[in-house]
Design a protein around this ligand. Sequence first.
Ligand SMILES: [Zn+2]
Length: 271
Amino acid sequence: LPELPEVETTRRGIAPHIIGQTVRKVIIRNGNLRWPVPLHLDQTLQNHAVFTIDRRGKYILVRFEHGTLILHLGMSGSLRVMFDATAPLKHDHVDFEFTGNRLLRYHDPRRFGSILWTSDNPYQHKLLADLGPEPLQPDFNGDHLFHASRGRTQAVKTFIMDSHVVVGVGNIYASEALFAGGIRPQALAGKVSRDRYWKLAAAIRSILNKAISKGGTTLRDFTNSDGKPGYFQQKLNVYGRDQLPCRKCKQPIQLLVIGQRASYFCRHCQR
Ligand SMILES: [Zn+2]
């Protein structure tokens, strides 16, 4: 499942090859994604150049002077740049062809991703307008988590995975950040102190940054013509380690289902 670090790595991987390039043609083989891919894209984008590629949460924003493509990778989507187009494989649903034989190809076996167009401010689009702060930006910090959590009776893990609170903290990263912050995932969000939220915010930032810098080593895969980009796995401290010894204290890691999501923690290191 592409999480924020994979999406950011994708953005960094494709940007240098696509920015400044002019679209020649858009080919939609199967536009039946989470929402229908707009059929006018070929007409809308032809002869227009990409001026930059941004990211907001897990959305990649490919920006043109007259509008923005809003891409989401869903459960299984990937993008890759090709310099000599090979025949499309199954699940290669959309191609953006640029002048000079350059191609951006969207692949998505499960088709939960999306490709949308807006000619308005993309940050005001209904999918993006209500998103919480970016975890790597300065407005995300312990005070933000502390204030947003007052009066909330849900588990702190569920709270930090809410994209209205902060974007991009998926299930794996939430478990890992709570371990690093020494907080039990089932603790009530509204009862966690300001100091502990500062520690947790720092842990979230550090874990996401680590994953992104790991992703840097896979950038070449985004221009690999014979496969989809391989996502990276970092060393995990608790996630998926039920009953295995904690890397800090050697006590067995516990598995607990919170909000229907598998949650892992150390009873000794997290209080
Ligand atoms: Zn431990």
